[in-house]
Design a protein around this ligand. Structure first.
Ligand code: HAM
Length: 411
């Protein structure tokens, strides 16, 4: 029978055997990003609702129907963060980071919340790992970010990756294009899904994201922004492409890539993994040169990306793992206090050490040492002597208690 209390729909518990793979993702990202000069930033789990309405865009699915928003006890509307870029842009402005050498390079990891229909790879609480470089318009930034994300996914051995690259141009150039696209959509209104039809005026680009078959057929013939970039936007894209080519990174140029957030300008990109099925995007991002402006800051160009940690783990097909123990201290009757003291000493020496906490007999303790995957066991005998056992070979020898730490930490 199912338990009465279960984790809410679309959420999950991370059990210790599942934490090992997550820690590997975090460690790999930290080493890579800090090596490239990105410093870690953490922002609150909730923010004023208006930050996302302004930052992410009122016409996006996220703001229209996926936010966990509620009034706090003071009657202010707050929202569990659905994404990290608007909060980080807020923090950049709030802490006067314009005064630091530019660009300011930040990385982040933590939970996000979207009220989406749960399915494989799509949750209501999930974790994103991301990088943002705020304060430079150089195409070197776009390329550096893409190269780092490529390297991260490669060093984690995420298989079957495809990189899509596009450009949405700058807002000034996008105005006439939006009109043209809207006119095209109106011509084909009968063939479009209802929600796409309703948003033709508000946000025609969203139509590229639709999963509806009729809409997709219309969009396959639609004019794209990529075909009509102005000369500066086209130059920016050409420079990014050249840097990626020189770095040996393969990509597909794709004018239909629009992404689900309104703040993007110029470069957009997404890494997809065939293994993931319908939710195939592992991560993505782009340039957001207007976001800080939109949040009442000075015009500040910026770019970044985020990957879904759970999507990475799904793509890897990670299995459960125990974190290995170095040593288990087993104690005969009357020797528990000595075992306790020895374990503390071993831990101080930097070893992962454990002892029996459930009153098992000697046989049970050895079975426990085995189950935990301990490499070695120290057995404290009734008469005060001690044995050192190699758990894989079963070899066992007597050892002086005073020499145990040295024997286990030595070469
Ligand atoms: P996003 O594409 O909305 O971008 O999310 C980034 C990644 O988070 C996705 O590629 C996906 O792997 C993961 N993700 C999104 N929603 C879910 C979900 N419901 N369940 C599981 N995983 C999910 C952003 O959020 C931007 N802030 C990225 C960015 C950073 N752009 C510039 N800087």
């Amino acid at each position: 029978m199912a338990n009465r209390y279960q984790a809410p729909k679309g959420t999950f518990d991370v059990l210790p055997v599942e934490a090992v793979a997550r820690e590997r993702v975090e460690r790999t990202a930290r080493e890579l990003l800090e090596g490239a000069g990105y410093g870690r930033i953490e922002t609150p789990i909730f923010e004023d609702t208006e930050l996302f309405a302004r930052g992410v865009g009122a016409s996006t699915d996220i703001v229209r129907k996926e936010m966990f928003s509620f009034d706090d006890l003071g009657g202010r509307s707050v929202t569990l963060r659905p994404e990290g870029t608007a909060p980080i842009a807020r923090a950049y402005l709030e802490h006067g980071m314009q005064k630091l050498p530019q660009p300011v390079k930040l990385w982040h990891l933590g939970p996000y919340f979207r009220h989406e229909r749960p399915q494989a790879g799509r949750f209501r609480q999930f974790n994103q790992l991301g990088a943002e470089a705020i304060g430079s318009a150089s195409p070197l930034v776009d390329a550096e970010l893409i190269v780092l994300l490529d390297e991260l996914l490669r060093s984690l051995e995420v298989p079957a990756l495809r990189l899509r690259l596009g450009s949405l141009g700058s807002p000034a150039a996008r105005g006439p294009y939006r009109e043209e696209l809207a006119a095209y959509l109106r011509q084909h209104a009968d063939e479009l899904a209802k929600d796409v039809r309703e948003r033709i005026d508000e946000n025609p680009l969203r139509a590229f994201d639709s999963k509806d078959e009729g809409t997709r057929a219309v969009m396959a013939q639609a004019p794209t922004m990529l075909e009509q970039l102005d000369s500066e936007d086209a130059e920016h894209l050409a420079a990014v492409r050249q840097l990626l080519d020189e770095a040996g990174i393969a990509y597909e140029l794709d004018g239909t890539l629009v992404r689900g957030l309104d703040y993007y300008t110029r470069t957009v990109f997404a890494f997809e993994c065939e293994r993931l099925g319908a939710q195939s995007e592992v991560g993505g991002g782009g340039r957001y040169d207007r976001l800080l402006d939109e949040l009442d800051g000075p015009p500040t160009p910026a770019a970044g990306w985020a990957v879904g940690v759970e999507r990475i783990l799904l793509a890897l097909g990670e299995r459960d793992e125990n974190s290995p123990r170095d040593v288990f201290v087993a104690a005969a009757d009357g020797q528990r206090e000595r075992a306790f003291a020895l374990v503390t000493q071993l831990r101080h020496a930097g070893l992962r050490a454990e002892l029996d906490l459930a009153d098992r007999g000697m046989k049970g303790q050895m079975r426990q040492a085995d189950r935990l995957g301990a490499a070695r066991a120290v057995i404290l005998d009734v008469d005060g002597g001690a044995q050192l056992r190699d758990m894989s070979s079963g070899e066992q020898r007597e050892i002086e208690l005073a020499r145990v730490v040295e024997a286990l930490t030595g070469p």
